[in-house]
Write a protein that binds this ligand. Structure first.
Ligand SMILES: [Zn+2]
Length: 374
């Protein structure tokens, strides 16, 4: 009997909708919540276990099942659960995938099943009101110390601001929504809720690093920033569909890590720098948590004169890491060296992704700026 019940649950995995984890989309889930009626991956099942009042999990293959539990799974499944628990997810709300950090996956699961934010829209106010303020721990620009700072996000002014003292009248910085990007970077920041906010000022990229002790608060900030971006883009691009705009709300970096580089004359030797590839902007920093990029390289398309080559020119001087990359731009060559072959391949792939893609009209403006930079 037990065997038959397990076979019946395994059968359910073949139904459309159940082939991917209900929460993160990873293929071939083999765990189930028999109180919610969803099939989930091992990693998401661990998060479900941390909210036992809402979800009880079993392995599809390793646990024994009761008739009533099998019947409940048969009556629900991932498609039905989606219709129920995700009925009113705002279009700008970030839906995590399997590769996202623990915080995003955990808060998505809690928002859906524990807080039921997407069946009770009044609970979406923290990221839907167009205004949000509160304290965040912000990394000091030069000393690396985290200090509590008041932040205000106002869609009316189209900006995120922060204040150095809670009674200060004038903000320390005003970051326009138009040029703002937010991405979770827990490993880099050294905090599980660490969020990196980058913005453009005078065409240079600036970084700030923040966190909140409470995971929900931090993810609410992130989705409030996405909401502000969404509403900004809806006005800037009237007629664009939600599907066009949603991928533009926040960007994850194509690639990040240490490489070595030479200066423009290529005679001063290789120096180790932290590189970040944000779409077509390759930025480098002395330290991953620097407020400003030391320099930026724009990488255009093949048609506009950009090429990425495996290796370094034979004339290259000096001691450097073994796996070279040469970026050829219309103005000059950039010589880079990676410590491992795997890193070199990953960087080459990231560079080729943008070189192979035709340039958009607004990207020519960015390119022009870089050409005139000293
Ligand atoms: Zn999952």
């Amino acid at each position: 009997m037990a065997k038959e019940r397990r076979r019946a649950v395994l059968e359910l995995l073949r139904r459309p909708g159940n082939a991917h984890c209900a929460d993160c989309g990873a293929p071939d889930p083999d765990w189930a919540s028999y109180t919610l009626g969803v099939f989930i991956c091992l990693s998401c099942s661990g998060i479900h276990r941390s909210m036992p009042q809402v979800s009880k999990v079993k392995s599809v293959r390793l646990d024994t099942w009761e008739d009533a539990q099998v019947e409940f799974m048969a009556s629900r499944g991932n498609s039905a659960a989606r219709a129920a628990f995700e009925s009113r997810v705002p279009p700008f709300y970030y839906r995590p995938s399997a590769s996202d950090c623990q915080l995003l996956r955990e808060q998505w699961i809690r928002a859906k099943y524990e807080r039921q934010e997407f069946t009770r829209p009044e609970r979406q106010e923290p990221y839907s009101a167009g205004y949000r303020e509160g304290l965040l721990w912000k990394r000091g620009r030069d000393n690396g110390q985290f200090l509590s700072r008041k932040f205000v996000l106002t869609e009316r002014e189209g900006a995120l601001k922060y204040f150095n003292r809670s009674d200060a009248k004038e903000p320390k910085a005003v970051m326009k929504i138009e040029h703002l990007n937010a991405t979770f970077q827990p490993a880099k920041i050294g905090h599980p809720h660490g969020l990196q906010v980058t913005y453009l000022k005078d065409n240079s990229t600036r970084n700030i690093f923040v966190y909140h002790e409470d995971g929900k608060e931090m993810v609410d900030w992130f989705n409030a920033l996405r909401a502000a971006r969404f509403h900004y883009l809806q006005v800037a691009f009237p007629g664009a569909s939600d599907a066009d705009l949603v991928p533009k709300l926040s960007r994850n970096y194509l690639q990040e890590g240490y490489m070595e580089k030479t200066g423009p004359k290529q005679t001063e030797g290789f120096r180790k720098r932290w590189f970040t590839m944000d779409d077509r902007r390759l930025m480098y920093f002395k330290d991953p948590l620097d407020a400003f990029a030391r320099g930026e390289v724009f990488i255009g398309s093949r048609e506009s004169g950009y090429t990425v080559l495996d290796g370094l020119p034979p004339s290259t001087q000096g001691h450097h890491w073994p796996h070279g990359i040469t970026i050829v731009t219309p103005e000059r060559r950039f010589l880079l060296a990676c410590e491992t072959e795997a890193e070199q391949r990953a960087w080459m792939e990231a560079f080729r992704k943008v070189v192979d893609r035709p340039m958009l009209p607004q990207e020519y403006a960015v390119e022009a700026h870089f050409k005139h930079k000293p």
